[in-house]
Design a protein around this ligand. Structure first.
Ligand SMILES: Cc1ncc(COP(=O)(O)O)c(C=O)c1O
Length: 375
């Protein structure tokens, strides 16, 4: 914690340029973060300050130091992700997946029964669910016909929300959100709300990242994860990237030991430079497979539209709801699970398929090309 945040009175004016302290829940400003043993003290060689079991036990022989609580934010992991994302380590908070970052942001900035977030559907469902779980109002500003931000409609929310969630590439449409529109949104909401750009799928198109905007916009938060391109969904490791004031405020709300030691170790290995070379190769493979599935879909007479894909999934629209349901059932009867997105705003008759392994997609393709809709 910086002295500034622990002493809000002295802070006034010092950081007034970033406006973040006028957005955060007022009780969080005065809140002192839980001082876990690991956060309060470092060094020493006899650790008797955290009620841990001394020495390894039968369960932990294989992995050293599981009798100890991990660091609050393991420094090797934070540095490794900061290097990968090309930001400063003080701009990174490691979380249990991007989902936890969403929840911590809402808990940090939104007062229950009072504050609101804005979402731009069709989009990822957890923004609304986390908000509702925290008794926070959800305002919807749907994407426009081009599935881009409706800037004029967003402008009507200035002053009446704390967080604006934008997902790019967007799940489930697969679209990138125009960066100029994100910049307009950041400008409009500067000092009024944080703009949270969820980049869970950005590793498939890193050139589209908003990360460079962090320098200019104190109201920008970027969400990242190891669950997608890194192939580590089971690990539960994600990150919030933001200016250090936001990171420090979120650090007051998140659990005291969010990142388990084996998680940090595996995540560090995945972020090592030789592993990120492998990652790039895997991403290329995913894009090749994606192209093949998109072309296959586009050739089918009952497929009306294949949405432009920028991540590891493809959204496609079939001609009517009957075909949509038939195809979905046919796939699931054969053990191939895809996602029916028809209930999402503007996504009638739409299905989403993830770009899995070559073998998984071969099975999907076999069923797809053998499928005959009965009219
Ligand atoms: C857009 C988006 N954001 C966040 C998440 C959650 O990611 P994580 O596994 O890191 O919690 C997902 C998961 O599907 C997602 O699609």
């Amino acid at each position: 914690m910086t002295a500034e945040i622990l002493n809000p009175q002295e802070q006034k004016g010092a950081n007034a340029d970033d406006g973040i302290l006028s957005l955060v829940r007022t009780d969080v400003i005065d809140m002192v973060a839980y001082q876990s043993a690991r956060r309060e003290q470092s060094g020493g060689n006899v650790w008797l300050n955290a009620n841990e079991q001394g020495g390894n036990n039968v369960y932990t022989q294989a992995i050293e130091q599981l009798n100890r609580y991990p660091d609050f934010q393991p420094s090797a992991l934070i540095q490794a992700y900061a290097d990968y994302a090309k930001v400063q380590s003080r701009q990174v908070l490691a979380t249990r997946g991007a989902d936890e970052a969403i929840e911590v942001l809402i808990r940090t900035f939104c007062e229950p029964n009072k504050d609101s977030i804005v979402i731009c559907p069709p989009t990822y469902g957890m923004y609304a669910i986390s908000a509702k779980g925290h008794l926070t109002n959800v305002k919807t500003v749907p994407l426009n016909r081009e599935r881009q931000l409706d800037i004029a409609a967003l402008a009507t929310q200035i002053g009446s929300c704390k967080l604006v969630f934008i997902c790019s590439p967007n799940n489930p449409t697969g679209d990138l959100i125009n960066q100029n529109d994100i910049i307009s949104t950041l400008d409009m909401f500067l000092g009024k709300a944080l703009v949270v750009v969820d980049e869970a799928y950005i590793d498939y198109c890193p050139e589209a990242s908003c990360v460079e905007l962090l320098e200019k916009y104190p109201n920008l938060v970027i969400l990242r994860t190891l669950s997608k391109a890194f192939g580590l969904a089971g690990l539960r490791c994600g990150f919030a990237l933001a200016n250090s004031t936001v990171i420090e405020l979120m650090s007051k709300i998140i659990a005291p030991y969010p990142i388990a030691k084996p998680v940090a170790d595996i995540a560090c290995s995945a972020l090592a430079s030789d592993a990120t070379l492998l990652l790039k190769r895997q991403i290329k493979q995913t894009i090749t497979l994606r192209q093949d599935i998109a072309e296959t879909l586009a050739r089918l007479p009952w497929v009306e539209n294949v949405f432009p894909a920028n991540a590891n999934f493809i959204l496609f629209r079939v001609m009517n709801i009957k075909i949509c349901e038939q195809l979905f059932s046919e796939m699931s009867r054969n053990g191939v699970l895809i996602r029916n997105q028809s209930k999402q705003l503007t996504l009638e008759n739409c299905l989403r398929v993830s770009i899995g392994s070559a073998d998984e997609l071969a099975e999907f393709k076999r069923l797809l090309t053998g499928f005959v809709p009965d009219n």
